[in-house]
Write a protein of this length. Structure first.
Length: 50
């Protein structure tokens, strides 16, 4: 029977974890960009029209 390659398995887990974290970071970044764009289009709160 073949000996398990624990280093390979750990490397694969680490790569999967880094990929997931990067995807999460990009989702947060895109959400923050979308929120900031919607804030720019909002009318002034105090009612001043210039």
């Amino acid at each position: 029977m073949a000996k398990p390659n624990y280093q390979f398995e750990k490397r694969q887990r680490d790569l999967a974890k880094k990929k997931k974290q990067e995807e999460k970071r990009l989702r947060k970044l895109n959400r923050n960009v979308a929120e900031s764009k919607s804030d720019d289009a909002a009318p002034p709160v105090d009612g001043d029209v210039k």
